[in-house]
Design a protein around this ligand. Structure first.
Ligand code: HEM
Length: 371
């Protein structure tokens, strides 16, 4: 086994070549206790499906709706409302409203708008590409929500600062930045909500109208989940785009095929999502004793659900009640960006490593040698 073989599912996320390690995990038992990590691992399609579908496997530990370091802060107030972080009633109705509103988005229009935005300017350097991976998806979402173009750069920067509060790797300065960014985001959304009547057809309008219809009245909850749409877009879509750029670099023949047949871009992205996904794991906590095929997981345990060990089962967007409602939108945005950038990227010498993360695989590019 090579010396730098991944040692656990967290170091695998940013490893140069982790997929042999994931295959071995998938060949083992679907559910096992890992004594060195002091938690359970759910692996392979069977383990991942079983845990994500189980009603007693919750997204937060019992009695800890908000992590200790965020309790009583602006980030904590948002965190407490996110559909991603809730179960039961606080999840089901808001999730239905968000999924319905996201389902109304005109994907052809989104693709055309993003294609246009992604062309000016084209990424002309590794640093420009690193920024564009995050900015373009966030600009496209801000546009969908109904924000004016002059607001997009600040919204994108605040969203990147906000998501730092969701990572256990963030330091004190990043957490402080996340709090300031949260207040700025809430303020911008509050102003936009007051203008809501002026924005028929926007995603913001559809979410608010859907919330009213469904009897979801907690305005703080709606606001928090609007911020959540930006934060959920941020890392995951940057990772999909970045990993697609890596695939084009490693397999140059793909670029030739795709420029001859651009209708193949969506299929190419689906393959990237299967073979080099952006979200490698997620976590669940047992709300009671749970039995899976004879294996008993006691109440109060953490299960790391290793999505990347089940990639061939197309689990990159999750499964069950928390499945991602943004898949089509992410693909429309990523297809447009790559179509716009492909020519410029071919001329750009690139090397890459990965941003530090325990769950998201996002390349960070630097000037490299032309292969
Ligand atoms: C390539 C891009 C994306 C990937 C790989 C991705 C992946 C995921 C995954 C794996 C989950 C489930 C997490 C879990 O069960 O623990 C999830 C949830 C979610 N995603 Fe995405 N996502 C992407 C883009 C987006 C976009 C663009 C949006 C918004 C338009 C979005 C909105 C959400 C929301 C709101 C949830 C929470 C759903 C719930 O808890 O019920 N995602 N995403």
């Amino acid at each position: 086994m090579p010396l730098d073989y991944p040692t656990d599912p967290f170091s695998a996320v940013t490893h140069a070549a982790p997929y042999d390690y994931y295959r071995r995990l998938a060949d083992g038992p679907p559910l096992r206790f890992d004594a060195s990590l002091d938690c359970w691992l759910a692996t392979g399609a069977a383990g991942v499906h079983a845990v994500l579908a189980h009603p007693a496997c919750h997204v937060r530990p019992l009695g800890l709706a908000v992590p200790h370091n965020l309790a009583g802060t602006p980030c904590g107030a948002i965190f407490a409302e996110l559909v991603r972080m809730n179960e039961g009633e606080r999840h089901a109705v808001p999730k239905q409203v968000l999924a319905h509103a996201l389902g109304q988005v005109d994907l052809a229009r989104l693709h055309a708008r993003t294609l246009h935005l992604a062309q000016e300017p084209l990424p002309g350097s590794a640093a420009g590409l690193n920024d564009a991976l995050f900015e373009l998806p966030l600009f496209a979402m801000a546009d969908l929500l109904g924000f004016a173009p002059a607001q997009w750069p600040a919204l994108a920067a605040w969203t990147r600062d906000f998501v730092a509060c969701l990572s256990p790797l963030s330091n004190g300065a990043q957490l402080a930045g996340a709090q300031a960014a949260t207040e700025a985001l809430l303020q911008r959304f509050t102003v936009l909500l007051q203008d809501e009547e002026a924005l028929p057809g926007s995603l913001l309008h559809d979410v608010v109208a859907g919330a009213r219809q469904a009897g979801w009245h907690a305005s703080g909850g709606v606001l928090a989940n609007l911020v959540g749409l930006l934060s959920q877009t941020c890392d995951a879509t940057a990772g999909l785009l970045g990993n697609a750029v890596v695939a084009l670099r490693v397999q140059p023949e793909l670029s030739t095929q795709l420029s001859a047949a651009p209708e193949l871009w969506p299929a190419m992205l689906r393959e990237v999502g299967r073979h080099d996904p952006s979200i490698h794991n997620t976590r669940r906590y047992t709300a009671q004793d749970v039995e899976f095929n004879g294996v008993l997981v006691p109440q109060g345990q953490m299960i790391v659900v290793v999505l990347a060990s089940a990639v061939h089962a197309e689990l990159g967007f999750g499964h069950g009640r928390h499945v991602c409602p943004g898949q089509s939108i992410a693909h429309a945005i990523a297809t447009a960006c790559l179509q716009a950038w492909a020519g410029a990227l071919e001329r750009l010498p690139l090397a890459w490593t990965y941003l530090p993360s325990l769950n998201a695989r996002i390349p960070v590019f630097s000037p490299g040698e032309m292969k």
